[in-house]
Design a protein around this ligand. Structure first.
Ligand SMILES: *Cc1c(COP(=O)(O)O)cnc(C)c1O
Length: 404
């Protein structure tokens, strides 16, 4: 008799990350020698700037290789406090900051600290893939509020109001957004903040793409437009996207001392401090010259313009112009119900993404992973040459679909 080790219910019900799955499949095909254009990845294609690497080397040489304070070293928390003050004119104290192993872990620990079973967390759709599973792992229930391309994916405060119940614990905002690239307006942010203060729920403001903005779009988050909501808000950020440091794993939460203390307690009983060397590197990122960020954003802007131009020329594809981040999220639903040359019906974004990967050798993430099947996500954190090849293949593959 074979024995199957039992798994916990929480993991049996847990959905794996579709983005990581597609990336893994694309990498496997590439390893087999297939010429894949991978536009599925959610990370800058640039190398980490040299002065940041130097700080890490120095940390190793100096023997900065031991456990640190669970919530991060004072020096890094100080750099984070200064950064938030400069960008948003909001003042935090050391006890209001927790440094974690990436922004992702900061969000996870915050949700573990504030969500009880049966609590509800409002998540605007399209959403970052990890928000709903993280809410569920905390025992909570994600409550979805739709946003649409017609309004530039604007938050509809009326709809959020209707979604509120006695169990509402929090809302998660992500601006600029992954996957849409949209930025919420001052008015939308203020309206949500007022609602949070009035009804007593927490805003988790995931600002991870805040430095990647175009067309002179300024730093702005829920607290810069409505500072009165500070005790109702937890800001999330990190070095991954801004400084091309995804593998270093440093992110943080800034919020009310009671929540930060609770989340740090969870961190202390699970992962302990984030990597000591990476913390030193993050200090260099935040306090060093910021020209590297401008350079990367300028490159992203050029690529954004190119991809938008290409998408605009494809019949049946519409795309909202992203104001930030490095993704386009075109509506491809006019191709649904068509057939591939092999006779397979494209019945949704997953079928289209599969077709693109297998027939056109281009990796993209189906919209269904973000809660909206009408779309597909391409990352333009890739060279112009790669983007050209990707868009050529995308256009050709769509053109080969047959009306059924
Ligand atoms: C990349 C990303 C994060 C966090 O990334 P870390 O590498 O864990 O800091 C958080 N939110 C969104 C929307 C992201 O795209």
């Amino acid at each position: 008799m074979t024995w199957t080790p039992p798994l916990a219910e929480r993991v049996r019900n847990l959905k794996p990350s579709v983005t990581l799955a597609i990336d893994a499949k694309a990498k496997a095909m590439k390893a087999e020698g297939v010429d894949i254009v991978n536009l599925s990845v959610g990370e800058p294609d640039f190398d980490t700037p040299q002065h940041i690497k130097d700080a890490a080397h120095k940390a190793i040489d100096d023997g900065f290789t031991k456990y640190t304070a669970v919530g991060g070293i004072i020096e890094l928390k100080g750099a984070i406090i200064d950064k938030i003050k400069n960008n948003y004119q909001i003042h935090y104290k050391q006890e209001e900051i927790m440094v974690s192993t990436g922004g992702k872990q900061a969000i996870y620990n915050i949700l573990q600290a504030i969500v009880d079973p049966e609590d509800e967390v409002i998540i605007p759709v399209p959403y970052w893939v990890s928000y709903p599973p993280m809410v569920e792992l905390a025992g909570g229930k994600p409550v979805f509020v739709q946003t649409d391309p017609e309004t530039n994916f604007a938050l509809d405060v009326g709809k959020i109001g209707e979604a509120l119940t006695a169990h509402t614990r929090a809302i998660i905002l992500n601006s600029p957004s992954n996957p849409t690239g949209s930025v919420f307006t001052k008015e939308q942010l203020r309206d949500v903040a007022e609602l949070a203060v009035m009804h007593g729920f927490i805003i988790i403001s995931d600002d991870i793409y805040d430095a990647v903005r175009y067309d002179g779009c300024m730093y702005e988050n829920v607290l810069s437009v409505y500072p009165e909501a500070k005790e109702h808000t937890v800001l999330i950020n990190g070095v991954s996207k801004t400084y091309a440091m995804t593998g270093w794993r440093i992110g943080y939460a800034a919020g009310p001392a009671s929540i930060i203390k609770a989340a740090t307690k969870i961190q202390g009983q699970s992962t302990s401090n984030p990597n000591s060397i990476a913390q030193k590197a993050a200090v260099a990122a935040y306090t060093g010259e910021q020209g590297c960020v401008t350079e990367m954003v300028t490159a992203f802007a050029e690529r954004r313009a190119y991809v938008l131009k290409r998408l605009a020329a494809i019949a049946g594809v519409t795309c909202v112009e992203p104001a930030g981040a490095f993704y386009v999220f075109p509506d491809i639903s006019s191709y649904f119900d068509k057939k591939t040359p092999g006779g397979k019906v494209i019945d949704g974004s997953l079928a289209l993404a599969d077709y693109l990967l297998e027939s056109a050798r281009i990796a993209a993430v189906p919209g269904v992973a973000f809660g909206d099947d009408r779309f597909i996500r391409f990352s333009y954190a890739a060279s112009l040459e790669t983007l050209k090849k990707g868009m050529d293949r995308f256009e050709e593959a769509l053109g080969m679909l047959i009306k059924s």
